[in-house]
Design a protein around this ligand. Structure first.
Ligand code: MSP
Length: 511
């Protein structure tokens, strides 16, 4: 039976333009989704926009735009960003969609029916920027004496009637969940943080607001709107057609993987499983928290005006170079810094030299010396056999890394083969064989095509556009691009298209 794989990105707040951080989360999830598809799995990959709450309402008001119209516009900007990044989602959930309101309402009703929500009053601190209730003990006092949220965001005192979710009842069940399923939270840093947060004791969670209207009304009590995180988390159920269990997508639940930024790990690893337990719904298999990007050493912020526009980077460097850089620069899970210099270095050293030249050198010799015809596999020397053996095990090595969400390490495994293939070509020097032994030259070039085919096939999730072109140049047909297809060697005799360089060197314009 085909394995099915359900993966999600966070749904993005529509209170500002998409930037490189949003593109990063989308690309990382896309690499994983594409990897699982090429691995023959039945994938559901969803993303979306988080459109309710005070923050969005205030941003729209500040711009003098009607809230829904504002949300429509920014939501479309996020969709466009994802098209620009070649994000292969199967669906895009907007929390203002009717189907989502239905799902969130059904979840609320179920949790209430099961006795886990009660009416009370909230008095305490709220951070609109974080859309989070902040406990007295969590407040941080700045040198000037003002109290802020742990993230540094301003807080305000609120006092209003509120529905509460009995989170305190779930402490033991959550701790058991983490203990019995160590893979539920990744990587280790966030896992430890979440565990100690839960161990330190859970208070009931305020899950509705009455001081503004921009949200999903609480069933049977329209003075309240749902707390935006209750609403937002429910999007993952909207994606599988909840509450309609006969929906064809229902089989995609539970989700295999929620990709989230580390700052929202708590919402996904504490609140979300507790809501689901309360509703009697199966839990996702894993929440994986990725790190944060700074830009040239600085935190991205509206006030600094340094938020990087992903589209501008694509226009300057190309999409695949950007995707490659983001996945390569830092082990997935860690924090990183975007610097122009390091982007250009990786483009020139790793893409243009290591990979681009390898393909170009090999294919241009086939074009020039073999009339562009792919040679049959010849008699293999020991050197040929040992490098082909490396290529043969690459798919399973990368699959193991991907299984543990080690996106960067998986890419490094492919790069080891790129480097090995470069040493092989230098050692075998097919250009010299041309004068002494044409048959052997053809054999070497054929080995190179096989190596590059493996590399290009395995790199498709990371660089879908260029790898598609590279596979075409290698004579690999559309139906021969899955990981499984690598087990069937290409028949010799195919006429290859004229090779063209895929990774130009990036030359910085000098003043
Ligand atoms: N709407 C909530 C998520 C609800 S999920 C049910 C939210 N939205 S957000 O737009 O503020 O951020 C969403 C995600 O964007 C982050 O969790 C993270 O994945 C990504 N990033 C936003 N800024 C980032 C960086 N500077 N660096 C890396 N990724 C960051 O939180």
């Amino acid at each position: 039976m085909t394995r099915r794989f359900t993966i999600t990105t966070p749904i993005f707040y529509v209170n500002g333009a998409p930037h490189i951080g949003h593109a990063y989360a989308s690309i990382a999830a896309d690499v994983l989704a594409r990897f699982h598809r090429l691995n023959g799995e039945n994938v559901l990959f969803v993303s979306g926009t988080d459109e309710h709450g005070q923050k969005v309402e205030q941003t729209a008001a500040a711009q003098g735009i009607e809230t829904q119209a504002y949300a429509d516009k920014i939501s479309e900007d996020f969709r466009q960003m994802q098209r620009d990044m070649a994000i292969s989602t199967d669906d895009f959930i907007r929390t203002t969609d009717e189907r989502h309101k239905k799902a969130a309402t059904a979840l609320w009703s179920k949790v209430t029916e099961n006795g886990h929500i009660y009416l009370g009053a909230y008095e305490g601190w709220y951070s609109t920027r974080d859309e989070a209730f902040i406990g007295e003990d969590e407040l941080v006092t700045k040198p000037d004496g003002t109290k802020v949220a742990p993230s540094g965001a301003p807080v305000e005192r609120v006092k209003e009637p509120s529905y509460f979710f009995r989170l305190s009842d779930f402490q033991d069940r959550l701790l058991t969940l983490y203990e019995e399923n160590p893979e539920f939270i990744g990587p280790a840093g966030p896992r430890r943080e979440i565990e100690s947060f839960v161990k330190s004791g859970l208070r009931d969670l305020s899950v509705s607001r009455t001081s503004f209207k921009w949200g999903i009304p609480v069933p049977n009590d329209p003075d309240h709107v749902m707390y935006v995180w209750f609403d937002a988390l429910a999007n993952y159920l909207t994606a599988v057609g909840y509450p309609d269990l006969s929906d064809p997508r229902a089989k995609f639940w539970p989700a295999d993987l929620h990709i989230v930024g580390k700052e929202i790990a708590r919402f996904h690893c504490v609140y979300w499983p507790a809501f689901l337990m309360a509703a009697g719904i199966e839990l996702p298999k894993c929440v994986f928290a990725h790190g944060w990007w700074t830009v040239e050493g600085e935190k991205m912020s509206k006030s600094l005006g340094n938020a990087l526009d992903p589209k501008a980077l694509v226009d300057e460097f190309s999409l695949d170079a950007l995707r490659f850089f983001l996945m390569r620069e830092v082990p997935f899970g860690g924090d990183s810094n975007f610097s122009r210099r390091s982007m250009i270095t990786r483009m020139n050293v790793e893409l243009a030299n290591d990979l681009g030249n390898l393909a170009q050198r090999s294919l241009s010799q086939i074009a020039k010396n073999l009339g562009g015809v792919l040679p049959e596999r010849g008699v293999l020397t020991e050197d040929d056999q040992s490098i082909l053996a490396l290529a043969q095990i690459l798919p399973s090595i990368m699959a193991e890394q991907i299984e543990r969400k080690a996106i960067t390490e998986a890419l490094e495994e492919a790069w080891k083969l790129v480097r090995a293939a470069n040493s092989y070509i230098d050692r075998q020097a097919p250009w010299a064989l041309k004068k002494t032994n044409m048959d052997r030259m053809a054999d070497v070039l054929r080995v190179l095509v096989d190596l590059i085919r493996t590399i290009a096939t395995m790199l498709q999730p990371y660089m879908p556009i260029t790898m598609d072109k590279m596979l075409t140049q290698l004579g690999v047909e559309e139906g021969e691009r899955s990981f499984a297809a690598l087990e069937v060697p290409l028949p010799g005799g195919r006429v290859l298209p004229k090779p063209e360089g895929l990774f130009p060197r990036f030359v910085e314009e000098t003043e």
